[in-house]
Each structure stands twice: as C-alpha cells, then as structure tokens.
Write a protein that binds this ligand. Structure first.
Ligand code: FES
Length: 70
C-alpha cells in the first residue's frame, strides 16, 4: 500500500492510479469506483491533482477506456 490519500475510506494513491489506468477519467468516477472522497471530502483536492496529473501524462490511456459495466 502506498501513501493513503483518503483517510476516511483508506484509499491509497496506487488504488486511485490503478482505477485511472482501468479507464476512470474524473474525480467523480474515482469517488464512485473507490469511495475515496465520499466522506469528509478533505482529500478531494488531492484526488483532483492525481486525476489531472494522470490525464496530462497519459492521454493515450484515456482513449483505452474499459467498460466497468455500470
Ligand atoms: S479523507 Fe477522503 S473523504 Fe475524508
């Protein structure tokens, strides 16, 4: 487990990045898929930053979206 980003729901940075690699493309989707940021909301700015960094660095990954079946 890497550094915890969301203390309320014990979600670490690696889990968020893994979810992004699977096709999540927004903070909203991260919230829905990992529960990070769904309690006190204090971690939301950091989740935003991780999402933005990932989207900036790996735009090709965003085009390979997988279907989560929701
Ligand atoms: S620290 Fe993430 S919702 Fe509280």
């Amino acid at each position: 487990m890497t550094r915890i980003v969301c203390l309320c729901n014990l979600v670490d940075k690696k889990e968020i990045e893994t979810t992004l690699k699977k096709g999540a493309a927004s903070t909203n989707e991260i919230q829905r898929l990992t529960r990070a940021g769904t309690s006190c909301g204090r971690c939301l700015p950091e989740i935003d930053r991780i999402v933005q960094d990932f989207t900036k660095e790996k735009p090709e990954e965003q085009q390979k979206k997988l279907n989560f079946g929701f």
